[in-house]
Design a binder for this molecule. Structure first.
Ligand code: FPP
Length: 249
């Protein structure tokens, strides 16, 4: 038995029913900080530790794709001080974690309107993506300046350009072609979407990709989310019957 399978069995999980892709809306950093009478940025700082812990846990469990909603297109409207603190945190995270990503064979990926990121963030991100490009154990995708509707608009523009240039026949456009023109082209759709801090919303995350995803909302605030709770969600996931719109045969 390889180490991932034994890790999975140790937690009472069925290796045959593990998700291939877990996506997470990391919410509640601000509330966590407020509860502790701290500045919101402290909540984001503590949230980075949870990012590390959950990334490690997914790799140990042999989950090949983890996608984290780190910054939405709407988040640009937060106070400039908070946006700038988040950008600095991101740069620090990328610089400090790249050696661990390399040591653990984790490939970094990013989706979203990356050209809107400040130059320093963009360069640090590009460098981390380049360095980790050959890694194969886990693909960690950060959704940055990401919005699901903007992603769909971009896809429509790409296809429309293909049609107007005569490269695409409109009759050829099918679900696979649409999926192939999203930021997530080549990735499996998420099997699980987790949202922390209790809000029952999708908040413009992976709108196309979550058509058949199993949803889990936990009241836990992101800085308090941990491996144990992830395991409980995986155990629950393994009891769910996924029919993808069909009936059981
Ligand atoms: C939501 O909490 C969280 C965010 C908008 C940012 C998430 C960012 C991190 C976890 C840290 C940076 C990430 C990486 C990958 C280095 P909120 O501020 O909306 O919380 P609230 O709803 O309680 O106010």
């Amino acid at each position: 038995m390889n180490s991932e399978r034994s890790e999975v069995s140790r937690f009472g999980l069925d290796p045959e029913k593990m998700p291939r892709h877990v996506a997470i809306i990391m919410d509640g950093n601000g509330r966590w900080a407020r509860k502790k009478l701290m500045n919101r940025v402290k909540g984001h700082e503590r949230g980075v530790q949870t990012v590390r812990d959950i990334t490690r846990a997914c790799r140990q469990l042999g989950i090949p794709f983890l996608t984290l909603y780190a910054f939405s297109t709407e988040n640009w409207q937060r106070p400039a001080r908070e946006v700038s603190a988040l950008m600095s945190l991101l740069v620090r995270f990328l610089r400090s974690e790249t050696p661990e990503l390399m040591a653990k064979g984790i490939r970094l990926n990013a989706i979203g309107q990356l050209d809107r990121l400040p130059d320093k963030v963009r360069h640090t991100l590009d460098e981390a993506i380049r360095q980790t490009a050959q890694n194969e154990s886990l693909t960690l995708t950060l959704a940055l300046s990401y919005g699901g509707r903007a992603e769909l608009v971009r896809m429509v523009r790409l296809l429309a350009a293909g049609v107007s240039q005569g490269r695409i026949d409109p009759e050829q456009i099918d679900e696979a072609m649409v999926a192939g023109h999203l930021y997530t082209a080549g990735m499996p759709d998420p099997d699980i979407l987790i949202r922390t801090s209790g809000e029952m919303r999708i908040s413009n995350f992976l709108l196309w990709q979550i058509a058949y995803t199993e949803l889990f909302v936990t009241p836990t605030l992101w800085p308090d989310f941990n491996q144990q709770e992830l395991i409980s969600i995986l155990q629950d996931f393994q009891t769910r019957e996924r029919r993808f719109g069909k009936v059981e045969t």
